[in-house]
Each structure stands twice: as structure tokens, then as C-alpha cells.
Design a protein around this ligand. Structure first.
Ligand code: BGC
Length: 818
């Protein structure tokens, strides 16, 4: 038996609105036989067919005739394997504008009123698609029904350079005859208020809250936005990403205050198709309890910190209201605690129209929360009236880590939740307070974990395109992307311009996209080189350092590791990785140049920052960790031993912040100190990963002591309970404890070299590579250690056991004893 599964075009399942001229195709194979490899494939797109004796099943580029715009293409893949089996599978994609302009006008209603745009039209066709975009957010209804189960469209991009349109299949929503289309809009990221620390006015400030929409059937325009559309006052009276939404159901469908829409001739030069997976509801949660706090507040507990919203079904009278606020935690007395939200209000205010049971969820905002406080509620309600919907970009989270320690299992669940909650169209720092920005440092340290927990190929492709668009002329990559008001960078943050494309390439093997992003990476290296007087040190400018490191001076967020040490380490690391990219892409001159530059940086680093004893002059855990992970010391073992002793002397406890933590366990286990790395992972006392679990966390905290032992909070200003950065320890579990790493980009060849620990009975991990699931498990049983590995079809693995034995295997599940 041979099956083709997960057929993808441009890393998406049956994409609609696909504008790549030469899209790439990928598929996975399933077989009931071991050692299965593809020997030949045939790909047919429309009338074009390639049939090749070839083992490649990912990143297969379309090389046929030019694709037409606004056209549905069916495609079919047939695969032959080495056991003589054949399988085929079908998919489709629908092209979008392919660089042409929409046959529609941008429209808006001037003034600060959020309108609904309405138009009636005749239709008697079969297939139909809608394309739409908005400087803000939109929701489209046809004949009163929402045309998509996706949210926050058209997504968060660097709007002035790249604004996405989305395309939807709407044939099921149309009837023959007269149809009505309505478009609701909200301010969203583009027109909403800015985070609490704007330094310059919004670049989108002057841009009207415009929308365009075109309904296309058989390649022809049926109806499109223009000044014949009418507008009326939307029931969504106020919506802000950070502050929540005010909704007056009494306004639904009321055609008072009609005004024609106004056309805005702002052009479509920056219009791009959407490259990512949409934001969807990924889980529905019922409240665990509804209770009264010591202060007398009525609070719902959903049991899990999520990004999303409350959905309710409540019967009220006309003019009844409900108002509620969101929070992540309760304080030490058990009261509702929202001080860490800073200026984000996270309030929903709803007025009932009094027409049976009313169902509502917000339209153009989302909250990060576990608890909800009912501030006002005139109708009678019970716990059964409420549910929470968790939203996330639809990345198919299916990574798995499990072991004999339930607290580690909970930690992993928290990591997955923080990933889901923070992957809301862009990778954010946190989903709740007045930031929710694509902080590059956070993404950079977490990306390798994220790519194993889920299929984030499309998600990061889109974000990196914004990063490229936002890169400054001098090569600067900002502290967050989309850049909006941010004009600064720092080492460890801007380096995302190198680390993220490289990690993406390692995970998915897409050379074409690596070539797309390469100029950005190279320019970033040049940017660093141009800082300060010494071209081989980065010892100038603003730096975050080891952000939130515990060795910070009292009152400071910045760990005590020398910031220029960190900056120079990242200069070396980015140069090294960019050199590797140049090698992959065959850019020989760049390889030579970058290798030479790297050597010079390492020399300068050693002269400046390494003492006579061969160890860093700056004696922090993070200084050792970075030098070790980035291979910068002459005597690596000596430094690893020194780090190990420091940590043991500290009671097997870490001191590291955002920059040191992701690499801490690697720096130990790669040099024979896996026991200490496990000791840190299993540490329950403060500070540690499991401390937050002990304190009841359901997501990863921003700060090691978000809630202290005595229940008090470490700060109000910088205390998110949903920051994924420290969740990067999962990458160490996947790659070192379970030993799974790609020997070739995309995991065509895999290394599995587990490092078992006596501190646990068993541990296992499984995640989806582009070829299928890879798994690794070890278990102590009857005085022996049993190793089980799972190798996906069309790949091979080199299994290296702790006794040094090497086993080369093909696809299948294998067990070894050691
Ligand atoms: C964010 C971080 C971010 C940092 C920069 C914070 O406010 O929440 O996660 O990386 O600023 O240091």
C-alpha cells in the first residue's frame, strides 16, 4: 500500500488566490512497508505534465506555461515507489490577480464612522470567487451569511509596502437572482491605536479605512466596489485590537443614515496575494467555573490562557447590556488581576436587540485571557451561556513531547499553547497587553521550536516577506516586524533576518525561498559591520542585551552580560550562517568574503572578550552559553566544564534571560553535561521552567518569577503570562534529548542520536517533517534502555546510540536495545 497525503501547493492545501508564477508542490508518502522511497513522480497541472525518475517529493517547482489569472487549476500527482507500488492524489489551486489590478475601486466612508458597505446584485452563474482587502479588517456577508470561517482578514502586513488581498470560494452562498453583499470593516492593526510606546506617528495615520471587493465568476467581474455602494452605521460601534469592541445589536440591518461610498484612488501597487495560512478558531472551551471573588466580582474561568474571544448565547430584552473584561491570572487573594495588561482595556460592551437568543463574538479584536470578569450584565446568565474560542493561524500544531514527569508534559502543553496564542497572523511577543507585535528577538529564539511543533512554512514565509519589505536601506532589520513605528534594532533581535530564513531552510529545504531572503541576510551582516569603528566588533548603539536575565541589576530588565559581548557574538553567528547560505546557493565570492569576515570577527572577539584563561572575561552564564553555542572559544570543553560548574554551584539553577536561555541546555549537553541540562529542565524550585508549572501556569511566562512563591507579581509593566521565548527549551528536547536533527535540509536524511537520562523513566517526541512524522523514544526497562525510532517514507536515518553504535535505516519503526 502506498498513499500520497498532505498534497500542498506553495505549502498550502488547495490555495485560493495564489499568485506565484512558478508555485512549488510538496507531498508526503505513507506505506505499510519499510524502506519506502519514491522512484518516480508525475505532476500534471492543467495540460502540463512532468514525469521524472526522481526521489524529490518536496519543493517541486512548476515549470509549465504561464498561469492565467483568476483561474482554477486542478493538479494531480502520481508516485511510484521502490516496492512497485503506485499512488495518485489530486488537488487544486486558484490563481488570483497574478500581478494585474483588480477591477474594483477602493471605497470608504469619510469621517470616523465605521460603516457597513452594502450592494445588491443579480447572479445566475455557477462558480464564483470573491477577492477583497482592506486598510483595516473586513468581514463579508452574502445574503446574511459570513463567507468564511477565517478571521482578522486581510492580516497584518507592512501595509504601505505589502497589503494582502484574500480570495474566497463563495458559490455556496449565492442564489440565482438577487443577492446582497455586506462588508463590515474595523480599524484592526492598520488603523487602530498604536502600542503604548509610539515614538513617531503611525505611518498609516492618513490612510482612509478603505476596502475593495470583487466578485468574479468565470473570470468576469459580477460586482465590485465603487461609489454605487451604500453604507450604513455598523453595529460594531468601536473596535480596537487592544481595547476590545462595542457592539449595538439594535443597529443590525438598519438602513438608517445611508450614504453612498466614496471612491479613493490610492492604487493597487502594493497589493499582494496572501502567502500564509488564515487565522481560524482552533478550539472551543467551556468555562470550568463561574465564581465570586473576595472583592465580589463575578468571574468566569476558562481553565486555559488563550488568544481569542468569548462567544455567548444570551436572551436579553431590547436595551439590555453586557460588559466584560479579560485577564490572564488572579492575584494572590483570588481577585481578578488585569494590571499587567498595561493600557490595553480588553473590554467588550454589547447591547441587546431583544430578539430571542443573541449570539455574539467580537469581530475586529481579540484578547489574551483565561479569566473574564462580568462588569455589567442585565440579562440573567449562567455559566452555560458562555464559551471561549481560541484563535490562531491555522498551522496544524501536531508536535508531541511526553515523558514520565507529568510536570514536563504540562510544560510542553504550555509551550504549544503559547505558540498557538502568539501565532495570530504574525509571531507576536504576547497576545494580551498593549504590544502584540512581531518582536524579532522572540521569534528568532523560538523559531526552531515552532517549526517542529507545527507546519509554519507558509506562516514564516509571509512574515519574512514583510521583514524584507521593512528592511532599511542601510540593512537594518527592526526590533519588530511589521515595523510600524519602530526605528531601532538590537543584536539578538535584528539577527532574525538571518536566523529565521536559515531555520526555515533547515526545516523545509526550500532553496528558492532561501535565495529570496538571502539579500536581506547579507545586508544585515553589512549593517552590523558598518556600526562603530572596528569592523569586526559590534560595540556600539542600542542593545537589549540578555533581556530579562535574572542577573540584572535591581529595577533593570537587562541581564548583566556585557551587551557588546552579546552583540559581537551575534555578529559572528549571523556572518557564519549567511556564509552557509551563500554556500548552499553557490555564491562563491560571498562564501569567501563571509568566511574571511567570520574569521576576523572571531579573532577580534577573542582578543576583546576572552581572558588569558581562555574563558570569557564576563563571567555570566549567558556569556559562556553564547560562546559555546556559537562555537567561539578556542577550548570549548574547558568552557563547557566551567559553565557546568557554575550551574551546579548555583544549585542547578539558571540565571539566563531571552538570549542565553534558548541555548543553555545545548551548551551543556553537547559537551558531556546532559545530566545538568536535564537537571535544569526538571528543576522545580525558582527559577526554572517547572516553577511556573508549579505556580499553575497554562502558558509560558515572560518572566521566570511572573508569580512569586508568595503569590505576588514581579511587576505590572513587563509581566506577560503568555510569552513563548522560554518555550524554546522544547527544541532542546526534540534535537538533543531525543536527538532528532536534519542531516540534509528538509529532513531527507535524518540523524537520531538520543541522550537518555536516568532522572526519567521514558521520554518520547514526534513531529512532522515535510516528509512525514519522525519519532524518537527511549525507555528504561528491566535494567536496559530501549530505543524506538520512527522514520518517515522517502527519507533515511542515521541512528546513533549512546554506546556509539550507528544504525542506518530507511523508513519504518525500529527498536534497539542499549
Ligand atoms: C516585549 C518582548 C521584546 C522586548 C524587547 C518587550 O516589551 O514584550 O518580548 O522582545 O520588549 O526587549
Amino acid at each position: 500500500m502506498l498513499n500520497i497525503i498532505d498534497l500542498k501547493c506553495e505549502n498550502l492545501t488547495n490555495p485560493i488566490g495564489m499568485d506565484e508564477k512558478n508555485p512549488i508542490f510538496s507531498w508526503k508518502l505513507e506505506s505499510d512497508k519499510e524502506n519506502t522511497v519514491q522512484t518516480r513522480y508525475e505532476l500534471t497541472v492543467g495540460n502540463f505534465t512532468v514525469n521524472e525518475a526522481c526521489g524529490d517529493s518536496i519543493n517541486i517547482e512548476y515549470t509549465g506555461p504561464a498561469l492565467r489569472a483568476k483561474t482554477k487549476y486542478n493538479y494531480c500527482v502520481t508516485v511510484w515507489d521502490n516496492h512497485g507500488e503506485v499512488s495518485c492524489a489530486e488537488g487544486y489551486f486558484v490563481t488570483g490577480y497574478m500581478g494585474k489590478e483588480p477591477n474594483a475601486k477602493w471605497i470608504a466612508r469619510p469621517g470616523d464612522v465605521r460603516p457597513v458597505f452594502v450592494k445588491e446584485f443579480e447572479f445566475d452563474g455557477e462558480d464564483a470567487y470573491i477577492t477583497a482587502s482592506c486598510y483595516g479588517l473586513f468581514e463579508i456577508l452574502i445574503n446574511g451569511k459570513a463567507i468564511t470561517d477565517t478571521f482578522l482578514n486581510p492580516g497584518f502586513t507592512s501595509y504601505l509596502k505589502r497589503i494582502q488581498y484574500r480570495m474566497f470560494d463563495v458559490k455556496d452562498y449565492l442564489t440565482k437572482g438577487t443577492n446582497k453583499i455586506e462588508i463590515y470593516i474595523g480599524k484592526g492593526w492598520c488603523k487602530g491605536r498604536f502600542p503604548s510606546f509610539p515614538t513617531v506617528p503611525s505611518p498609516f495615520g492618513e490612510m482612509p479605512n478603505c476596502v475593495f471587493c470583487e466578485l468574479i465568476a468565470d473570470g468576469k467581474t459580477i460586482v465590485a466596489t465603487d461609489d454605487t455602494w451604500l453604507t450604513y452605521q455598523s453595529p460594531v460601534i468601536m473596535s480596537e485590537i487592544y481595547d476590545g469592541e462595542t457592539y449595538d445589536a439594535r443597529l443590525e440591518g438598519k438602513y438608517e443614515k445611508e450614504f453612498p461610498a466614496v471612491e479613493y484612488n490610492i492604487g493597487f501597487a502594493n497589493l499582494v496575494s496572501s502567502r500564509s495560512v488564515p487565522v481560524k478558531v482552533i478550539k472551543t472551551l467551556k468555562p470550568l467555573s463561574m465564581f465570586t471573588t473576595p472583592k465580589g466580582e463575578t468571574v468566569l474561568d476558562f481553565g486555559q490562557n488563550i488568544a481569542g474571544w468569548v462567544k455567548f448565547n444570551i436572551k436579553g430584552n431590547e436595551g439590555d447590556v453586557i460588559k466584560y473584561t479579560h485577564a490572564e491570572v488572579l492575584d494572590s487573594e483570588g481577585n481578578f488581576y488585569a494590571d499587567n495588561m498595561r493600557s490595553a482595556k480588553n473590554e467588550i460592551f454589547y447591547t441587546f436587540k431583544g430578539d430571542g437568543v443573541e449570539t455574539y463574538r467580537p469581530h475586529f479584536t481579540f484578547q489574551g485571557f483565561r479569566y473574564v470578569r462580568l462588569d455589567e450584565c442585565t440579562p440573567n446568565v449562567t455559566i452555560d451561556n458562555f464559551m471561549a474560542e481560541a484563535i490562531s493561524s491555522d498551522t496544524n500544531v501536531n508536535g508531541h513531547i511526553e515523558c514520565s514527569d507529568e510536570m514536563v508534559n504540562k510544560l510542553f502543553s504550555n509551550i504549544l499553547w503559547s505558540q498557538r496564542d502568539n501565532f495570530v497572523d504574525i509571531p507576536t511577543d504576547c497576545p494580551q497587553r498593549d504590544e502584540r507585535l512581531g518582536w524579532t528577538g522572540d521569534a528568532q529564539v523560538f523559531i526552531s521550536t515552532a517549526l517542529k511543533n507545527a507546519d509554519c512554512s507558509a506562516f514564516f514565509t509571509k512574515w519574512l516577506l514583510d521583514m524584507m519589505a521593512d528592511q532599511k536601506k542601510d540593512g537594518m532589520v527592526g526590533n519588530y516586524i511589521p515595523l510600524m513605528t519602530c526605528l531601532k534594532t538590537s543584536s539578538g533581535w535584528g539577527d532574525a533576518g538571518v536566523v529565521c530564513p536559515w531555520e526555515l531552510y533547515k526545516a523545509y529545504g526550500n532553496k528558492k525561498f532561501l535565495a529570496t531572503t538571502y539579500p536581506m541576510s547579507k545586508k544585515w551582516v553589512e549593517y552590523i559591520k558598518a556600526q562603530g569603528e572596528n569592523p569586526y566588533l559590534w560595540n556600539t548603539g542600542f542593545q537589549y542585551g540578555d533581556w530579562l536575565g535574572l542577573d540584572a541589576k535591581p529595577g533593570s530588565y537587562e541581564g548583566s552580560t556585557d551587551k557588546t559581548y552579546i552583540a559581537t557574538v551575534f555578529f559572528a553567528y549571523s556572518t557564519y550562517l549567511t556564509g552557509k547560505m551563500a554556500e548552499v546557493l553557490g555564491y562563491e565570492d560571498d562564501v569567501k568574503y563571509l568566511e574571511e569576515l567570520y574569521k576576523n570577527i572571531v579573532d577580534a572577539f577573542r582578543k576583546e572578550y576572552v581572558g588569558e584563561d581562555g574563558e570569557p572575561k564576563c563571567k555570566t552564564q549567558t556569556a559562556y552559553v553564547l560562546g559555546l553555542y556559537m562555537n567561539l572559544f578556542e577550548d570549548m570543553q574547558k568552557n563547557a566544564d566551567a559553565l557546568n560548574s557554575m550551574i551546579l554551584a548555583n544549585g542547578t539553577k539558571l540565571q539566563t534571560g531571552f538570549i542565553g536561555t534558548p541555548y543553555l541546555c545545548y551548551a551543556l549537553s553537547r559537551y558531556g553535561h546532559a545530566d545538568t541540562a536535564y537537571g535544569l529542565l526538571l528543576q522545580r524550585g525558582y527559577p526554572s521552567w517547572l516553577f511556573s508549572v508549579k505556580q499553575g501556569a497554562t502558558t509560558i511566562w515572560e518572566h521566570w518569577d511572573g508569580i512569586r512563591e508568595d503569590g505576588t507579581m514581579w511587576s505590572t509593566a513587563m509581566n506577560s503570562f503568555n510569552h513563548y521565548a522560554y518555550g524554546s527549551v522544547a527544541d532542546w528536547i526534540y534535537s538533543e534529548a531525543m536527538g532528532v536533527t536534519p542531516l540534509e535540509p528538509g529532513y531527507k536524511k535524518i540523524k537520531i542520536a538520543p541522550i537518555p537520562s536516568d532522572a526519567l523513566g521514558y521520554m518520547e517526541a514526534r513531529f512532522a517533517t515535510p516528509y512525514g512524522f519522525v519519532g524518537s523514544k527511549w525507555e528504561h526497562k528491566d535494567g536496559k534502555t530501549i530505543y524506538t525510532v520512527e522514520v518517515p517514507c522517502n527519507t533515511t536515518a542515521e541512528v546513533v546510540l549512546p554506546d556509539g553504535s550507528v544504525h542506518n535505516v530507511g523508513s519504518g519503526v525500529y527498536t534497539f536495545e542499549g
